[in-house]
Write a protein that binds this ligand. Sequence first.
Ligand code: SME
Length: 169
Amino acid sequence: MTVLASPAVAPASALGAKGVRYVELVEEIAAVLEGEANQIARYATVAAMLADAFPQFFWTGFYLVDPEKPEELVVGPYLGTLGCLRIAFGRGVCGKAAATRTTQIVADVHAFPDHIACDSRSESEIVVPVLDRNGVLIAVLDVDATEKDVFDQTDAKGLEAIVARIFGS
Ligand code: SME
């Protein structure tokens, strides 16, 4: 009898095209940043490579926990149109992700009561908390799209895998 070992990761067929792209992207970003310790370079490179990875992505970037004001986010490296500069923990989608340390998916930003509108073309959004290797919140990754309902659990898992690999290890 042949006993098949369980695969350590889901086979490509179970991931779908978007899931496969995220698996590739984690490796591509890690390869580009190999040996680069500068945090600004790391944030900027992730933002740039994400912007290029999926055509629906309209704004990709980071809001960083302000070391001077630990309950406030300040804008960090991003690609896209002008983003607001500061967001208090608990405010908007980014502030909710920071306060709860959980990924937020918003299918329609216009229906999200406390959404902070930086650009009216933004229609849906995902925000992922970024933890360092000690589990301390250092930033949130914000990705906006120009269409409604772009983000799902594949994006959540894919983006969480990217920030864990790049900032948490
Ligand atoms: N929409 C965000 C604010 C940041 S911009 O999208 C770049 C929010 O409500 O948290």
